[in-house]
Design a binder for this molecule. Sequence first.
Ligand code: ZN
Ligand code: ZN
Length: 299
Amino acid sequence: MCRTDLHIADGELPRLARPAIPGHEVVGEVIERGARSERFSIGQHVGVPWLGWTCGDCDYCRSGRENLCDSARFTGYHIDGGYAEFALADSRYCFALPEGYAPAEAAPLLCSGLIGYRALAAAGDARTLGIYGFGAAAHIVAQVARFQGRRLFAFTRPGDAEAQRFALSLGAEWAGGSDAAPPEPLDAAILYAPVGALVPAALRAVGKGGTVVCAGIHMSDIPAFPYAILWGERRVVSVANLTRRDGEEFLALAPRVPVRTSVETFPLERANEALARLREGRIGGAAVLIVQEPRATPR
Ligand SMILES: [Zn+2]
Ligand SMILES: [Zn+2]
């Protein structure tokens, strides 16, 4: 489960003509293949990510930026996703899974992990890194950032001692509320929380030349702020979707770190309850829906 599922359920993304089956961090077993689909074998476990299809022909697709393709179709939004017993996916956009991960542990790698990784790359070579919103993406990216030798500073909801302890356990050297100033100016900050008011807060937390990366697909409005906190060559950038290359890179890196995911599992029947807990920030790590083994495969 991903916060994007909530944005879709809450109507915060453009409405679709028909209801959508959410779920874009899907781990499933291949039970049948299309006539020209030979990339994966029957019985293999594969990952289905958010990027479900691109045109391959536009300027974005042709310049290595398929994440920006205007015609892109996304899993769990334009294409029915993983909150289901069965799903159909274009194998060209699926991923082989790294060794050593149980299906439930691998699922969060497929969006929280790889879009989190794209956001980390957008932070450049920042040595001191702030993370706002310590949920599913942050708990994975924190491990990668530490592996890369970066120093980590975690910002949580003010007073959320549990999330702050969680961040410290993952290698953050400081954790505090999003209303607090870090002990030193940071090189970059990544916003995983969909809260526009955090943009000026993060701009105040980074030093000159610092980058603020907005990693979510939706954010509440950013309040007006004085130019002085942007001046000094500070930058605000957003990260959109993923490319297949992001996925291949991150899934090769994850077992080397090794990234360990902390998951809370729910049966598919309790999806709404799990979404409510996600909305309230009451999930430690990542929420994963477990779909019961179906009795028969559809023919
Ligand atoms: Zn997602
Ligand atoms: Zn395209």
